[in-house]
Design a protein. Structure first.
Lengths: 301, 301
């Protein structure tokens, strides 16, 4: 077997084409504000990707370079400005816990990254709408949502099923508050049995009964056992010292996704996996744009 | 000069005596729930201090040992229980960013530690009441509040003045989100000029105009210059490798407070300082009890 390689740019293009049409039909031009601190680094690359994504879908994008101590006031001004529809902060700003404070200072109604604790709570509690009439969808965090859409593109599940990931086993290496934990929760809320590893060890995320939120449990499963049974393997380990996942560890036919900037898989996985997604980036930006549209629609509802 | 040594237990006793009377006069017995995960460590010591503090002031205290994965559900149950007046979580629970999520899951109306982002925002914006009628005081975080009360005991300012710390220069070594940053903000809101050091360098916190919140600025001041001008020096560096502050660095007559479990001052500071406060712990617990009473009063207002 030789794995199909999914290029996230190609999947992103389909989403962007569809977004462009929807955005062009809006009565108001959408406008995003990006806040960045410092002169170089990966944050600038991500901002450049955002600019291109915005151009492609017809959203106007302003990137403002701010001193770290000005960031909070800039967020407050953007929150209050009816002509700003979404705010993106490029981290690190302080590079300390204060960045989390900053993240929660964005109005959830403009938080197109879906990282505000308001949205985290919706996700963890499996609340999919923010209004009783169920017309306003909750926002999902960009990178986990991007990964879900890439798994959909890999045809590993039927998105129209009530619990699309029912019966799927997933193994995730990363349990950060911005990607790994929300991703494990999302997939378990959709029916998957997930083993989530971080530096402290594994936890298992299991589907709840019916529409109930997933539950989380301690587990002693090790990497080998978790990988051997996984239909889907997602990695996001930001370290060269991580022992890359090799073909011999995988269940034949597994779908593998890496969202780390480091290679977390050995190149031989392409011989054992059915699908390999080497990076996620372009889809993350696209999902932020999709969230912009959704938040705009929620605000008008 | 030989410094006066302030024992925080003695100051705490005065507060506890007064709290005991106020609490005894309440129509309802106050009840605290402590949540702790794991079998030993400093968290257990802090919980034991809480138990003693509660006994002294007549508050009932239940310490519940929970698995880390049960903590969130226990918080939710305590939030919903009208017979629980305050919730204390003994960290670490997860030992990751998830602890911050947990911290924000406590109902602000029961967050006697004053660590919820709701209270942080009040403090950073210098909003001292949570209602328009100004009958419900905002809660301040325990350790910064404990330090302020110890400085008051050191008679370094007049607490009845409109801006009690006007003209005072302060130097703080620690800018964590739970102590150093809120402390610098509180003192600047009260009129002090503060230089705050952390591992990344200094920032200055200055009083705002009138009742406006403090402002924060970049600064190039170094340790020597900041210490030489400081009327008040507060340390909270949790590391043996920190170069302890020596007498020769201090302005004669300075008031020195250490809240770290490590000694951050050389012993010779007792010859140069006017007041030395070697630890803060008993006052932290006492301020949590004071916050319990205040939150109860806010709830009845």
């Amino acid at each position: 077997m030789t794995a199909t390689i999914i290029d996230p740019s190609a999947v992103a293009t389909e989403f962007r084409n569809s977004l462009r049409k929807e955005i062009a039909a809006l009565p108001t031009p959408l406008r995003l504000l990006g806040l960045i601190s410092g002169q170089s680094g990966p944050a600038h690359t991500y901002a450049e990707y955002t600019r291109r994504g915005c151009e492609e879908v017809g959203v106007s994008f302003e990137l403002k370079n701010v001193a770290r101590l000005e960031a909070e006031a800039s967020v407050a001004a953007a929150n209050a400005d009816p002509n700003v529809h979404g705010v993106l902060i490029y981290y690190p700003v302080f590079g300390t816990e204060q960045d989390q404070y900053l993240r929660d200072s964005v109005d959830p109604g403009k938080d197109i990254e879906g990282l505000h604790s308001f949205w985290s709570r919706c996700l963890y509690e499996n609340r999919r709408f923010i209004d009783a009439a169920q017309t306003k969808k909750a926002i999902l965090p960009c990178t986990p949502l991007a990964i879900l859409k890439l798994l959909e593109a890999a045809q590993v599940f039927d998105p129209s099923a009530p619990r699309p990931l029912e019966g799927r086993r997933v193994c995730i290496f990363n349990r950060s508050e911005v990607v790994g934990r929300p991703l494990a929760s999302m997939l378990a809320n959709d029916g998957a049995e997930v083993v989530s590893f971080d530096i402290d060890g594994p936890l298992s995320f299991s589907p709840g009964a019916g529409r109930a939120a997933h539950t989380v449990h301690e587990t002693n499963i090790d990497r080998q056992a978790a990988l051997a049974q996984a239909d889907i393997v997602v990695t996001g380990v930001p370290s060269r010292s991580f022992e890359r996942i090799a073909a011999r560890e995988l269940r034949p036919g597994a779908v593998c996704v890496n969202f780390s900037t480091f290679a977390n898989f050995e190149s031989d996985v392409r011989e054992t996996a059915r699908v390999f997604v080497p990076r996620v980036g372009p889809m993350t930006v696209t999902m932020a744009l999709r969230n912009t549209l959704r938040l705009y629609q929620n605000g008008r509802g």
